[in-house]
Design a protein around this ligand. Structure first.
Ligand code: NAD
Length: 272
C-alpha cells in the first residue's frame, strides 16, 4: 500500500482506566494493521468512552467535518453515537481494513449568538443548544420563519438536532425524530402557562428552510449549553438557529445499526 493510501486515524479517549486501556490496545492493533495513528488532520476519528466522548470528539474536529468520519466505541452499554463496545475492537479493526470510505451523515445545528454591540459568536451543536436565564424567569420572543410566534416565559428553551432528539429534548417531552428528517426541534423547559402567560406548550418541529430566532427580553446573564459545554453571556441581542451547511459523517461500518434499533435498545430493551 502506498503511504498516501494509508488512512490517518485519531483516537480520543475519556479519562478513565477502562477507556484508556481500550485506547492503548486499539492504537497498537490499528498501527499493526498499517494505519497512520495521528491526531493531526485525520480521516477517521475514533472516540472511546460514551456519547459524551463522541460529543467532545465532534467539537475537537468540528472545523474539518467534511473531511473526517467518526466511529464511537463505548466502554459501558451501547450508546447513541457509539457502534462498538470495548470487547468488539478486533471486529472494528477488521471492518476498518475493509472500509471503502462509505459514510452515514446526519444534520447538525448552527447557532449564531448576536450581541448588543454587534459581535456574533457562532457555534455548532450535534445534540442541542439550550438557553437559560441565570437569575430569574426567562422571557423571550420566539420567531419562526419571520413569524413572531410566541412570548415564552419559563426556565429556558432547547433547540435540538434530529440525533439530539433522543437526548435532553426527549427528557423535555419532545418527539424522537429520525435523523434523515432534516429538521430542528424547539422544546420548552418548564414554561409558565396560566391565564396571563401562554405558549404553545408542546415541542415544535421546524423544517430545514425555516430560521428560528430567540430574542431574550432582558439585558441579563444567560447560559447557553452547546451539547456537553456551557457558556455564559451578557448582552445577548438575539440567537439564530438553523441547520448547518455541514453534516457529521460516521463510518458506515456493518455495526452502524438502524436508528430504531438504537432507540429500542436505549429506552425499551427486549420485549417479552
Ligand atoms: P452526561 O454525562 O450527563 O450524559 C447524559 C446522558 O445523555 C448519557 O447517558 C448519554 O449517553 C446520553 N446522551 C447523549 N447524547 C445522546 C443522544 N443523542 N441520544 C440519547 N442519549 C444521549 O452528559 P454528557 O455526556 O456531557 O452529554 C451531554 C448531553 O447530555 C447534552 O447534549 C444533553 O442532551 C444531555 N443532557 C440531558 C439532560 C436530561 O435528559 N435531563 C440534562 C442535561 C444534559
Amino acid at each position: 500500500m502506498k503511504n498516501t493510501d494509508r488512512k490517518k486515524i485519531a483516537l480520543l479517549s475519556s479519562r478513565n482506566p477502562k477507556s484508556e486501556a481500550v485506547s492503548k490496545e486499539l492504537w497498537n492493533k490499528l498501527k499493526d494493521a498499517n494505519f497512520i495513528m495521528t491526531p493531526k488532520n485525520p480521516d477517521i476519528v475514533i472516540s472511546i468512552g460514551g456519547d459524551g466522548m463522541l460529543l467532545s470528539a465532534f467539537h475537537k474536529y468540528e472545523n474539518i467535518l467534511d473531511k473526517v468520519r467518526f466511529v464511537g466505541v463505548h466502554t459501558g452499554h451501547l450508546g447513541f453515537y457509539t457502534d462498538y463496545r470495548n470487547f468488539e475492537i478486533d471486529e472494528l479493526v477488521e471492518n476498518l481494513k475493509l472500509d471503502t470510505g462509505a459514510k452515514v451523515s446526519y444534520p447538525i445545528l448552527n447557532v449564531k449568538i448576536r450581541m448588543i454591540d454587534g459581535r456574533v459568536v457562532t457555534a455548532r451543536a450535534l445534540n442541542e443548544a439550550t438557553i437559560k436565564r441565570l437569575s430569574k424567569t426567562m422571557v423571550a420572543d420566539i420567531h419562526i420563519n419571520g413569524v413572531p410566534f410566541e412570548r415564552f416565559r419559563g426556565d429556558g428553551i432547547a433547540v435540538s438536532t434530529p440525533t439530539g432528539s433522543t437526548a435532553y429534548n426527549k427528557s423535555l417531552g419532545g418527539a424522537v425524530l429520525h435523523p434523515t428528517i432534516e429538521a430542528l426541534q424547539i422544546a420548552e423547559v418548564a414554561s409558565l402557562n396560566n391565564r396571563v402567560y401562554r405558549t404553545l406548550g408542546s415541542s415544535i418541529v421546524v423544517p430545514k428552510k425555516d430560521k428560528i430566532i430567540i430574542d431574550p427580553q432582558h439585558d441579563d446573564r444567560y447560559s447557553i449549553a452547546i451539547d456537553n459545554r456551557t457558556f455564559v453571556y451578557d448582552n445577548i441581542e438575539q440567537i439564530d438557529y438553523q441547520i448547518d451547511n455541514h453534516k457529521i459523517n460516521f463510518v458506515a461500518t456493518p455495526r452502524h445499526t438502524s436508528f430504531w434499533n438504537r432507540v429500542k435498545d436505549a429506552f425499551i430493551g427486549e420485549v417479552e
